[in-house]
Design a protein around this ligand. Structure first.
Ligand SMILES: Cc1cc2nc3c(=O)[nH]c(=O)nc-3n(C[C@H](O)[C@H](O)[C@H](O)COP(=O)(O)OP(=O)(O)OC[C@H]3O[C@@H](n4cnc5c(N)ncnc54)[C@H](O)[C@@H]3O)c2cc1C
Length: 290
């Protein structure tokens, strides 16, 4: 099917974009990589009167680690995240997730910010950002605000973003000391959305967990942060007892629904097993291993 008619705008600056979004309100939609929006338009699940293409706006695809913060521009593409050697060495959860998002064609165009704004509960980036305790910078004509990842998602395909706001960047506390991470994803075939996935990010200090982040994909109405599991690890050596306890708590935090991909019990068990494996893999990486 063809999309319903729309007017196309291609601003060249952030200010121009924000002005347009302000004027258009509910009638306007941001177009980033188009990998989720264009299918929705073609299926006529969405028919905005105006599309605001942000691909010509400079500076939205930055990646920079400075003053204790990793900044990722909203237009940073999945493929760029997959290829970044800095991300692979310092934020393995990001690099490992990037290589498992969709297929190479989608990864070439799709953006991290577009994924987060789309807020598919089976999307990979939301869990990664929850594990990393990220915050999102939302800009409108009247100013900017920061929203923690845990407060950003409000349900399936629902976020704190207002129609006149642009997600401009993701801010992540910079990795300090011994850090490790992992992203484990169960998919029916390569390129598929997750049946279940788990994101883990660890900061170790003197053999003990300084902080742990655990995000869950496709087991709830939105990406979930397993906060009790994270808290159970803090300040402890990451031994089998700690790993097993955290894995049980992560499984308990999951809210899976049975479907053609598996029963509720099966998905919950995958969360448990992936949390164990993810913590072990992250621990190895924090020690300087694989
Ligand atoms: C075949 C296929 C397989 C896929 N598999 C996966 C998968 O395994 N895992 C996964 O996570 N995703 C998957 N996706 C989705 C893909 O990752 C998309 O790239 C992503 O969801 C949207 O990013 P985009 O840049 O393409 O955004 P767009 O499609 O351009 O936009 C998506 C939505 O976000 C809004 N938006 C975009 N950018 C901004 C911004 N900066 N500020 C405010 N609003 C914004 C748009 O208005 C729109 O509502 C798949 C998609 C396809 C087509």
């Amino acid at each position: 099917m063809l999309p319903a008619p729309f007017e196309y705008h291609a601003p060249h600056t952030t200010e121009e974009t924000l002005e347009l979004l302000d004027q258009l309100g509910d009638e306007g939609k941001v177009l980033a990589g188009g990998q989720s929006l264009i299918p929705l338009l073609k299926l006529r699940f969405a028919s905005p009167a105006h599309l605001v293409d942000v691909n010509r706006v400079p500076g939205l695809d930055v990646i920079e680690e400075r003053d204790g913060v990793l900044r990722i521009g909203a237009l940073f593409r999945h493929k760029a995240a997959e290829r970044s050697t800095m991300l692979a060495s310092r934020y393995p959860v990001i690099a490992e997730a990037a290589g498992q998002v969709a297929d190479p064609i989608v990864r070439n165009r799709g953006t991290v910010g577009g994924s987060l704004a789309h807020a598919d509960p089976a999307g990979d980036w939301g869990s990664v950002m929850l594990a990393l305790d990220a915050e999102f910078v939302l800009q409108s004509k009247s100013g900017r605000r920061s929203v923690k990842a845990r407060d950003f998602f409000s349900g399936p395909f629902s976020t704190a973003l207002q129609p006149n706001e642009l997600l401009t960047e993701i801010r992540i506390p910079a990795a300090q000391g011994r850090t490790g991470g992992a992203y484990l994803k169960l998919e029916r075939k390569v390129g598929d959305f997750a049946t279940v996935a788990v994101a883990v990010h660890l900061q170790m200090d003197d053999g003990k967990v300084r902080s742990a982040g655990i995000g869950l994909t496709a087991v709830g109405a939105q990406n979930l942060k397993a906060e009790q599991a994270e808290a159970a690890l803090r300040g402890r050596p990451l031994d089998d007892a700690a790993i097993n306890e955290a894995a049980e708590l992560a499984a308990a935090a999951a809210e899976p629904k049975a479907d053609q991909r598996g029963s509720e019990a099966y998905k919950r068990n995958v969360v448990r097993v992936f949390t164990q494996r993810g913590l072990r893999r992250a621990r190895e990486r924090a020690r300087g291993g694989a």
